[in-house]
Design a protein around this ligand. Sequence first.
Ligand code: ZN
Length: 276
Amino acid sequence: MPELPEVEITARRLRAALPGRRIVDLEVPDPRLLRGAAPDAPPERTVAEWRSRLTGAAFAGLGRRAKFLLLALDTGETLVGHLRMTGKLMVLPPVAARGHRFAAALDDGSRLVFVDPRRLGELWRVPTVELAALPALARLGPDALDEPSPAARLAALGARSRQPIKAWLMDQRHLGGLGNICAAEILFHAGLPPDRPAADLPWEAWQRLAAAIPEYLRWAIEAQWEGELMYLGERDAVNPFALYRRAGAPCPRCGTPIRRLVIAGRGTYVCPRCQA
Ligand SMILES: [Zn+2]
């Protein structure tokens, strides 16, 4: 499932391919991907409107905020993408035909495609000057990678919460970008039990977390950089993570069998010894 590291990898790859490229045609086999139009508008009208606004537009810049991709156009609009569970946004050569929900033909013959087997991904078209007001972006806390939070900020915010620290880390209002995998792995690296209420963590635990978050994210980007980006659960995907989906396997640090728990409704993984 794409979280901050996978979205950052996507952003870097799109940044190398898209700026300067112009859209020459648009194909939207699944208009439910498109957001921001009148909710009751018939899909064919929504697609026609997107096609007329995007055809001729060139990509001006590529950004990422938490798990959102920001594709700025020279028309004053920005495409905002969220990959959700299985989405991939990538530039492919024209011959690469694959199932996709959205494809923009580009002026060099390549195509920007949104592939998304579970069909939960979303794509907004927003005036760039109104980007900060988009509700999905407005409620985000500081980006976990680009705006690392000092221990003092995390501790002050966490002191008011009885949420288990695992769920607290995944709350996008606290930090933008961490999902289920990142939170489980970061807590392992910081040596903290995922079910401990945030308010009960000592100062020293927040210091360990503040260091572990950007360190882990940089590692996860590096570890998945080579080759095609694959998500756990996809056929042939290699699991790069220390604990995630490794119940029963020995902890890479101490050898104790890794245990699976459910915290706030989400499956998580823990070393009962390293994270006591
Ligand atoms: Zn261990």
